[in-house]
Design a protein. Structure first.
Length: 470
């Protein structure tokens, strides 16, 4: 066979072979490839579905947990009360005869700290909710109120804040006038309770930053620097450990420590239901006020810088001022009916500093719907920031004490510049603040009214959250 023919036959054979591959083998390969791709697609779809299902399940779980947290009204508000030996609280009350050398405190620490009921209210007070309450017993009232807090927990690992029920103000106060007691003995219970706290895992977890304590005395009674000489007060506020805590007091030192917060002095009104609050507000709103201004107190002739002599003199010279001299015979300033009658009959009530910048009388007067007149910012404006409006002119009048001391201002002339409308608006603001300036009766649960205790606990929770987070 010629070479050309052989070549032609070879080419034909190759072409035939290729044709056979195209006709039979190639379709099989394509089919196999398509099946493989289809199976791969199914596998991918299945995995995507699994992933989507897993993601969906995870999201659902997250949403469920979030919903569960939001459905718990106590989330972020759980409070744990230390169960201290009673020598730190109830035992101190049993020593009530020794609390003050000139006052029998036993009747005042009774009845959960509210003191005796007032039965003779006359036309001055409403019929229920009134007690003779001492200004130094807030620790007792607060401790009994906190036992009714709606978000208490016995599980310390669940707690957001921790309360230390040590009556440090009453404990320190009962030792201040004892001549035969050393400064170390004065602070013995304080040192002991701090050692107890520092040994607890609850304290060690955050170094006490989620703990708080309360004192019914002013800051100046609890900041002794050292144990030398015959110094005044205890040293609660100078202890390094306490600087981590939140400390509630009836008067703070805001320019010294940022962990001190002032809460209202206790008044004599402790309602047990909402209607008592509403009835009292209606009463002071409608009462007749014949006096432009008034002052209840005593002169302080030996107190450097005091303006009380000037207040006495200005009030006595004015026909628009009513004076209650608390050192004169028969003044009865310790009887709530007497002081509340004065405050209810006045549009403005003078509130100068006493032994310290703040006064319980300021809260008594506001309870009566009387507009307070302050003479130093430290009587209210730098103190009760959780309670009083930032714009102090909404509810009070400020007259600088140096202008009074130097005789450069007439209090009557300042107050006469306020119109009836302005006085009415300020009085209404004061009356609207009454619920959060009083402490409810701890014997009753009163969810419909938020009182000074509720505001204090909310403030502590906010502060702890800002320091350590959720």
């Amino acid at each position: 066979m010629k070479e050309k023919e052989k070549s032609t036959l070879k080419t034909l054979a190759l072409c035939k072979s290729h044709q056979i591959w195209q006709m039979h083998i190639f379709p099989l390969l394509i089919s196999s490839l398509l099946v493989s791709l289809f199976l791969l697609f199914l596998s991918y779809s299945s995995c995507s579905s699994c992933s989507s299902s897993s993601s969906s399940s995870s999201s659902s779980l997250t949403l469920s947990l979030s919903a569960a947290a939001h459905s718990d009204p106590c989330s972020g508000k759980y409070l744990y009360i230390y169960d201290l030996p009673d020598k730190f609280n109830a035992g101190i009350l049993r020593d009530c005869l020794a609390m003050f050398p000139w006052v029998d405190m036993c009747p005042y620490v009774a009845n959960m700290g509210l003191g005796p009921h007032i039965n003779e209210t006359g036309s001055v007070l409403t019929e229920t909710g009134w007690h003779i309450t001492n200004q130094w017993v807030l620790e007792v009232i607060f401790h009994n109120r906190i036992r009714q807090y709606e978000c208490l927990t016995d599980n310390s690992s669940q707690a957001d804040v921790f309360f230390v029920p040590y009556y440090v103000g009453l404990d320190t106060g009962r030792k201040l006038w004892r001549q035969n007691i050393s400064l170390q003995e004065r602070d013995s219970l304080l040192v002991e309770v701090m050692q107890l706290l520092k040994s607890r895992p609850e304290w060690l977890a955050k170094g006490g930053r989620d703990h708080f304590i309360l004192s019914g005395r002013a800051t100046w009674d609890l900041r002794r620097e050292d144990d030398g000489g015959n110094q005044w007060g205890g040293k609660l506020l100078t202890l390094p450990e306490v600087k981590n805590m939140t400390v509630l007091l009836i008067e703070s030192c805001p320019w010294e420590n940022d962990n001190e917060f002032a809460i209202p002095y206790p008044t004599n009104f402790h309602p047990s239901n909402e209607s008592q609050v509403v009835t009292w507000q209606a009463k002071v709103r409608s009462t007749n006020r014949p006096w432009l201004f008034s002052f209840a107190g005593a002169r302080r002739p030996g107190q450097a810088g005091s303006i009380r002599d000037q207040l006495f003199d200005q009030c006595l010279k004015s026909t628009r001022c009513k004076l209650l001299d608390c050192v004169s015979a028969g003044s009865n300033c310790d009887i709530p009916v007497t002081t509340m009658s004065l405050f209810q009959s006045s549009s403005f009530c003078l509130q100068p500093p006493g032994d310290t910048p703040t006064r319980r009388s300021a809260f008594d007067s506001m309870l009566a719907g009387c507009i307070p007149v302050f003479f130093t910012p430290h009587s209210a404006y730098t103190q009760y920031k959780w309670y009083l409006p930032n714009n102090y002119s909404e509810y009070s009048v400020y007259i600088p004490d140096n202008e009074v001391r130097e005789g450069r201002v007439s209090i009557e002339e300042v107050l006469l510049k306020y119109s009836e409308e302005e006085i009415g608006n300020m009085k209404e603001k004061v009356i609207s603040m009454i619920p959060t300036l009083i402490y409810k009766d701890p014997n009753y649960k009163l969810d419909s009214v938020r009182d000074a205790f509720d505001v204090a606990v909310d403030g502590v929770l906010r502060r702890v959250k800002s320091i350590i987070g959720n």
